[in-house]
Design a protein around this ligand. Sequence first.
Ligand SMILES: C[S@@+](CC[C@H](N)C(=O)[O-])C[C@H]1O[C@@H](n2cnc3c(N)ncnc32)[C@H](O)[C@@H]1O
Length: 209
Amino acid sequence: MVKRKNPWTDHYTRRAQEEGFPARSVFKLREVQEKYRLISPGDRVLDLGCAPGAWSKYALKMVGPRGLVVGVDLAEVKISAPNFVFLQADVFEISPEELRRWAPEGFQVVLSDLAPKTTGDRTGDHFRSLHLARRALELARHLLSPGGNFMVKVFEGEKLPVFRKEVEALFSRVKPFRPRSTRKASREIFLLAFGKRAGTSEKGERSSL
Ligand SMILES: C[S@@+](CC[C@H](N)C(=O)[O-])C[C@H]1O[C@@H](n2cnc3c(N)ncnc32)[C@H](O)[C@@H]1O
């Protein structure tokens, strides 16, 4: 039987499969890593919305055997590595204390590729993604060590500048980034935040939304 090609299988998807990654999203993190060195060997990395596991697999390579990757997702992830911990959970239900058990001294990097199921309603998708991004920021506030880095996905929309300000309050430098491998039609953008400021672990101002 001739296998029909999936029309959505693009260059990045094929390359990801060839290199042993379960999703094309790996190229987004790789581009950031090659440009900004977000992750260092030995780091403890928290990967929020980690399924099917491409970022976690890549982060494991970057941290090496002395590092740790803790992944959280509603969906199951199958990666077997001694320094990978997978927690099947809703990010709104898992507490910072539960996550801290895996890294009592804090994480050096928090990644969030959390995404809602898109509906085509741009405003609704923007607000749903912002809700997830704010939760990621909240967890980063509690769990990142001073000097730590944060990468978070948001779908663009009117409140992005407000969210950017919230991120800037916690980090020394914040940079919006749109990877080359992001699909042209996608509204996703990443905020890269470097150097968590000391003394920002307590809950600060309430969100302005
Ligand atoms: C774009 S995918 C992540 C891809 C991943 N970075 C990778 O490289 O394999 C977004 C993920 O966010 C997860 N997600 C969405 N809402 C969530 C929630 N409330 N709690 C945990 N995970 C959630 C979804 O299940 C989905 O797996």
